[in-house]
Design a protein around this ligand. Structure first.
Ligand code: B12
Length: 208
């Protein structure tokens, strides 16, 4: 769908009004929420990530693009929530300490909510003890952690260790994700599951 390329382009240039218009057009043309996210909005952010890495884009532009992505996601969100709902578990979600990236975490939250999970979002820059206290207090089925920086990834392992020290590790399944995280790292950190994206996270948590 050509319109999805235009959605991606609008995110890349950070034009919120354009994003709104193009996302609406994509919906009007019959695009599904998932398709618009995956092949439009996220594609745009991917290009931004590459340009940032290559020194062609800088932090302020990345922030503007991130804001535009969020605007797009907010528009498709209600369409995602039209799906069937069945309560499938309680999830605590947060971005680890030292890390303020939250677009990915928010997408995971949105997909899980759309699929009937109850999500408690601890936000960003969440210290180890806050994760632990929240698990103690809320007794979730699942704890999800996001990290986008190689420097903050080790926090995941620290949280798992702290859960063990507090006798909570066996009560909760731990799933981790974020661009630098992979299956191998997840295992090293002592997590139970790793998902590459929000859709896969839902699939794993529902079926594994
Ligand atoms: C947007 C962005 C920012 C924004 C964040 C805005 C926000 N509200 O989140 C801003 C501008 C603030 C920012 C700041 C910084 N950033 Co930045 N940022 C990015 C960028 C371009 C895109 C990330 C993103 O949002 N992608 C879109 C989302 C939807 O994708 P995602 O996060 O990967 O999430 C998906 C999956 O990973 C997965 N997932 C994510 N979380 C979870 C959790 C669970 C439980 C599961 C199952 C799955 C899952 O599912 C998601 C959806 O499918 C990346 C580039 C990249 N390639 O990732 C750099 C990047 C992550 N940033 C980077 C850096 C260096 C920084 C800064 C240190 C820059 C600086 N010098 O200040 C700061 C750090 C601030 C901090 N302390 O956290 C580097 C990290 C390098 C590294 N190896 O550590 C990257 C890789 C860019 C680069 N190539 O250099 N950044």
């Amino acid at each position: 769908m050509a319109i999805l390329e235009e959605v991606a382009q609008a995110v890349e240039s950070g034009e919120e009004e354009d994003v709104k218009k193009k996302v609406q057009e994509a919906l009007d043309e019959g695009g599904t929420a998932l398709d618009i996210i995956d092949n439009g909005l996220m594609k745009g952010m991917e290009t931004v990530g590459n340009k940032f890495a290559d020194g062609e884009m800088f932090i302020p532009e990345v922030m503007i693009a991130a804001q535009a992505l969020q605007v797009g996601i907010d528009i498709v969100k209600p369409h995602l929530l039209e799906g069937q709902r069945s309560f499938t578990g309680k999830v605590i979600l947060g971005t680890v300490a030292g890390d303020i990236h939250d677009l990915g975490k928010n997408l995971v939250k949105m997909m899980l909510t759309a699929n009937g999970f109850e999500v408690i979002d601890l936000g960003v820059d969440v210290p180890v003890n806050k994760f632990v206290d929240s698990v103690k207090e809320n007794q979730p089925d699942i704890l999800g952690m996001s990290a986008l920086l190689t420097t903050t990834m080790p926090e995941m392992g620290r949280v798992v260790e702290a859960l063990k020290e507090n006798g909570l590790r066996d009560n909760v399944r731990v799933i981790v994700g974020g661009a630098p995280v992979n299956e191998e790292y997840a295992e090293k950190a002592g997590a139970d599951l790793y998902a590459e994206n929000a859709l896969e996270a839902v699939d794993l948590l529902k079926n594994k």
